[in-house]
Ligand binder design. Structure first.
Ligand SMILES: Nc1ncnc2c1ncn2[C@@H]1O[C@H](COP(=O)(O)OP(=O)(O)O)[C@@H](O)[C@H]1O
Ligand SMILES: [Mg+2]
Length: 237
């Protein structure tokens, strides 16, 4: 089992306020790993550091053995680490197809881009049906699909997902999680951040529970789901 991402003693601060306080975790290649915890725990901050949008105050982020913590966000995307932003951040005045094309901005291989587009449309037939519509006219669930589809257009090796289920109706939540599993089965490593602790741990091989910027518990997803401490704090136990 090879490690694709290793985060070592990572601290990230906003001004004087340390939001992430020396966290350690890793992700095995081909697996889904979940970072779970309450609102404000430091999950998004951690992902933003991995994707280079925030610079660590301390620590190391190794992707495929290379320290990427000093690289620009663009360089990190080029290495194959692509984040689906929290809140989706799609461009509402562009069409679905245009949003997807933007996801391929780091690539030059036209035929490769075309085949990625086919894969995204296969994964999300609704996006194909709505290819020429403005993204702003999509439902919340469809916008989340578009945000994931756009990230896939960059041909990532590691996908960073920040709260993909947030604000979605239960049926749509199921569909999004099902799709995440499908993408993972196709070989992609996934770092999943969720407040929906139960759903996230169900599909994750490994999980880390984050509280106030620290890892307080780690185990397999299965064991965490059965852990009374996790149940009491996060599963309405
Ligand atoms: N841009 C920011 N400026 C200052 N503090 C922030 C900013 N973003 C997040 N924080 C604070 O950092 C902590 C961690 O936030 P965040 O990483 O967004 O948590 P999570 O994603 O787990 O909900 C929180 O206390 C939050 O208020
Ligand atoms: Mg967050």
């Amino acid at each position: 089992m090879s490690v694709i991402l290793r985060v070592h003693d990572l601290s990230v601060a906003y001004g004087h306020i340390e939001a992430v306080k020396g966290i350690n975790f890793h992700l095995n290649s081909g697996e889904i790993t979940a970072l779970v915890g309450a609102n404000g725990a430091g999950k998004s901050t951690t992902l933003l550091a991995v994707s280079g949008l925030l610079k660590p105050a301390r620590g190391k982020i190794e992707f495929e053995g290379e320290d990427i913590s000093h690289l620009s966000p663009h360089q990190i995307v080029q290495r194959g680490v692509v984040q689906v932003a929290e809140g989706r951040a799609i461009l509402t005045t562009l069409t679905v197809a245009e949003n997807l094309q933007l996801g391929a901005y780091t690539r030059q291989d036209k035929t490769g881009i075309a085949s990625s587009l086919e894969e995204v449309y296969h994964l999300f037939p609704r996006l194909k049906d709505r290819a020429e519509q403005f993204a702003g006219n999509l439902s919340g669930g469809e916008q989340q699909m578009l945000a994931i589809g756009r990230a896939l257009m960059a041909k990532p090796k590691l996908l960073l997902l920040d709260e993909p289920s947030m604000g979605l109706a239960p049926l749509m939540v199921q569909e999004i999680f099902r799709t995440v599993v499908e993408i993972n089965r196709a070989g992609l490593s996934i770092l999943l951040v969720e407040q929906n602790v139960r759903q996230a741990l169900k599909i994750a091989r490994h999980g880390y529970v984050i509280e106030t910027g620290k890892v307080v518990l780690t185990d397999s997803g299965e064991n965490l789901l059965a852990n009374p401490q996790v149940e009491a704090a996060y599963l309405g136990g």
